[in-house]
Write a protein that binds this ligand. Structure first.
Ligand code: HEC
Ligand code: HEC
Length: 335
């Protein structure tokens, strides 16, 4: 017999080698450890159990079903049933909760915002954009510039009845068509358009030609300073946010023909719960305003101040100043 067929024996350990060699390192042919073998046998036996209990082997008519009758569909069904039960708990709580309660309850609020977001994509995004950013003639709902109001109750009313929607309770108003109906002459419209643009840039002065026209024809709805009038959904003009556009041509057109944007009504088309979710969602977008009672809440604060001594007051004032970001300095000492 030649040496080649005999396994080589490692001199140090006295164990056969497998004949594999890497850079002078030789692999010993040690048997697998006992504990490892046992685990291996146990897993083999275990797998037989699995084949019996769970669906396993393909057959001509499909596959073995397993004695448990387990399927992924059943698992999914059970999980979905659980989710439905959980949702139902929220849906019930939501149905019975007032807006005030929803705004205070973190879970209900999250539930409402999520539901409203989905409903918004389906019903509102076509006009207002998927991020509610708006477009020409369609207001951006993310900012705090509101035509009709940004309180929960305002938004809810807008959603239910719409704006110039034809519903009996819709929000309705109509800016006169100053040019088409011959209320103002062309140069008056030109002047007032210039004045409106100046208002938006903060450059309007009382001696401008359009100032008088504005005071006589526009201030009733848009406010003396162009601050807007929510009772009639008249946009604020003294800012850089435009619904239709702030260039001379567009503003001229707006004043000549007037605009009358239509927001559909949703009462009867969407469930009341969906409308309430949408309301909370729109309110959450960033421009949401507090209800009157809530807005009045900070009022008690000043009462607490007189209790503090003079020294403490000063200290408080300096401490609070950066946090409150008050634009005006509070004390003479700082100047
Ligand atoms: C057919 C287009 C259209 C659809 C769909 C639509 N809107 Fe509107 N929406 C408008 C227009 C136009 C206005 C502005 C009306 C105006 O000029 O006064 C408006 C105004 C609003 C306002 C008032 C904004 C303010 O500043 O006071 C809210 C809130 C609003 N929409 C929310 C929604 C929600 C929520 C939906 C979905 C349920 C929706 N809209 C669907 C066209 C639409
Ligand atoms: C009866 C109330 C009323 C009067 C009076 C009125 N407006 Fe308006 N105005 C509105 C309303 C309401 C809108 C919003 C229309 C819409 O949303 O479709 C509007 C919109 C506008 C816009 C569009 C703003 C934007 O963001 O694009 C301009 C500009 C404007 N008005 C200027 C004027 C001027 C100038 C006058 C006076 C010559 C005038 N309005 C008089 C109610 C009025």
């Amino acid at each position: 017999m030649s040496d080649q067929n005999k396994p080589e024996i490692d001199k140090i350990s006295g164990v056969e080698t497998t004949g594999h060699e890497w850079d002078g390192l030789k692999e010993l042919n040690n048997p697998a450890p006992r504990w490892w073998l046992w685990i291996f046998y146990v897993t083999c036996i275990w797998s037989f159990g699995y084949w019996v209990v769970y669906p396993a082997w393909p057959t001509l008519s499909g596959h073995t079903k397993g004695t448990l009758g387990w399927t992924q569909f059943k698992k999914l069904e059970n999980e979905q049933a659980e989710i439905t039960v959980r949702q139902a708990t929220y849906a019930d709580a939501f149905k019975n909760a007032s807006f005030e309660q929803i705004m205070k309850d973190e879970k209900l609020y999250t539930f409402a915002v999520a539901g409203g977001k989905a409903a918004f994509k389906n019903n509102c995004a076509t006009c207002h954009g998927s991020g509610a950013q708006g477009g020409k003639g369609y207001p951006n709902l993310n900012d705090d510039d509101w035509l009709w109001g940004g309180k929960v109750s305002d938004i809810y009313q807008t959603l239910q009845y719409g704006i110039r929607s034809g519903h009996d309770e819709a929000r309705v108003s109509q800016m006169p068509s100053f040019g088409k109906d011959g209320v103002l002459k062309q140069d008056e419209i030109k002047g007032v358009a210039e004045y409106v643009i100046a208002l938006s840039e903060g450059k309007a002065t009382a001696d401008m030609a359009g100032a008088k026209v504005f005071a006589e024809n526009c201030a009733a709805c848009h406010g003396e300073q162009g601050q807007g009038g929510r009772e009639v959904g008249a946009p604020k003009l003294a800012d850089a946010i435009w619904l239709y556009g702030g260039d001379e041509k567009t503003v001229y057109e707006t004043v000549y023909n007037a605009r009358a944007g239509v927001m559909p009504y949703w009462k009867g088309k969407l469930s009341d719960d969906t409308l309430r979710m949408l309301t909370v969602y729109v309110h959450s977008l960033g421009g949401g305003e507090a209800e009157e009672q809530q807005a009045a809440a900070p009022a008690p604060a000043p009462e607490a101040v007189p209790a503090a001594t003079e020294g403490e007051q000063q200290q408080n004032a300096t401490e609070q100043q950066p946090a409150a970001a008050q634009p005006a300095p509070t004390g003479g000492e700082q100047q």
